[in-house]
Design a binder for this molecule. Structure first.
Ligand code: XIL
Length: 370
């Protein structure tokens, strides 16, 4: 009788503590230490994806526009800005209690073609390109002054080996384009946080040059608040020790670390694939798309453990991390279904194709409830 009573009361404790976790979202638990959020595609920031909005309201307190704040969509022709989608994104964030992050001001990819050409189709002069960068940043950052928590000012300017990427910005202006961009962003919204963001941050070369860049900007008296580690991860990359080393190295340079585009590619990758350069693409082959009918149990378990491994790192260094952002809400919306191989069925995020939380969400909530 006594044993039965003890058994029942322990059962009640277990069930009720489970219920307490189940009611809590990541924003109450992870959110005690840092911002937690996702990128939103345009349908989502237009408020047309009710299932996504339900997840957003339960779990997230920050968001990033997946595409609509990039320079191509925002300024398709010189001086002609299209702010419709970006305005909706910022409104959506305000209506849903999300700190809005601006992504991104200066990036070689998804920049409009005209940006680097003069009216005769020749390469634009250094002086003119600087003018265009400043005009773009002043207009965009100025429009949302006071409404954007922080901006990815420069995205992906450094190669894995630590040299600067030979982008048109670099080729035409030199390294100084980065200073110019940070300065312009600060002028346009002195209260906004400013970030440098890149992928493959576990690479030694990138780590070292990113640290040098942070120190350089600070020495010049320019504002930089954080470094974003995109974290487009896989099951067997990056090396977690190197990744953690970079996280600590960035924190040591006196900036906050942000995990900005977290996802986990679970599919077999073509030879030669690496990093997250959006220009990479490979032809479709069936062998690259093995799980069209669902992820096998062992893979799902492996994925769960892999995601949790990263969150354990984030928890360990929670005093250094100001934001954790997933690159998409549900597996159905992930860019990894179409990149680097088109037409695949990938499983990279915390919520499945039915917008149901994967078991790791509960693990993360428990971890951060300690
Ligand atoms: C991706 C988007 O998710 C895709 O929809 C788009 O087609 C290409 O860009 N690094 C970045 C993001 O900084 O802006 C990229 O987003 C993914 C890699």
């Amino acid at each position: 009788m006594k044993t039965a009573r003890i058994f029942i009361s322990s059962l009640v404790v277990v069930v009720s503590s489970f219920a307490a976790y189940a009611q809590q979202g990541m924003k109450e638990t992870v959110g005690q230490y840092c911002l937690i959020g996702s990128s939103l595609n345009q349908r989502q920031s237009d408020g047309l994806d009710a299932a996504a909005s339900a997840i957003v309201r339960t779990h997230f307190n920050t968001a990033v526009a997946e595409n609509c704040m990039k320079s191509g969509p925002l300024q398709p022709e010189e001086g002609r800005f299209d702010f419709r989608a970006a305005d909706n994104f910022v409104d959506y964030c305000e209506q849903n209690g999300l700190k809005a992050i601006g992504h991104c001001l200066v990036w070689h990819s998804q920049a409009p073609g005209w940006f680097f050409k003069d009216k005769d189709g020749q390469q634009v002069t250094r002086e003119e390109l600087i003018k265009r960068i400043k005009a773009h940043i002043h207009t965009v950052v100025g429009r949302y002054k006071g409404r954007i928590h922080g901006w990815d000012v420069v995205n992906e300017a450094i190669e894995d080996n630590g040299t600067f990427r030979k982008s048109p910005f670099y080729n035409i202006i030199g390294e100084e384009f980065i200073d110019i961009a940070f300065q312009a962003a600060h002028e346009a919204d002195p209260d906004a946080e400013l970030y440098y963001n890149d992928y493959s941050m576990s690479q030694k070369g990138k780590r070292e040059t990113t640290c040098k860049l942070v120190k350089h900007l600070k020495e010049k008296g320019l504002r930089i608040d954080g470094v974003g580690m995109q974290s487009h991860n896989g099951l067997d990359y990056p090396n977690v020790d190197e990744y953690e080393k970079s996280l600590l190295a960035f924190a040591d340079c006196g900036v906050k670390v942000m995990i900005t585009e977290l996802d986990f590619n679970v599919l077999p990758n073509p030879k030669g694939f690496g990093g997250a350069a959006v220009e990479q693409n490979f032809d479709y082959q069936k062998k690259y798309n093995p799980y069209t009918n669902g992820l096998p149990k062992d893979k799902a378990k492996e994925l769960n453990e892999r995601i949790f491994e990263f969150f354990k790192i984030y928890y360990r260094h929670r005093d250094k991390i100001s934001r954790i952002n997933l690159w998409g809400i549900s597996d159905a919306n992930s860019w990894l279904n179409g990149w680097p191989v088109p037409g695949r069925t990938n499983y990279p995020l915390l919520f499945d194709r039915d917008y149901k939380a994967k078991p790791v969400v509960e693990d993360i909530i428990k971890l951060y409830s300690k």
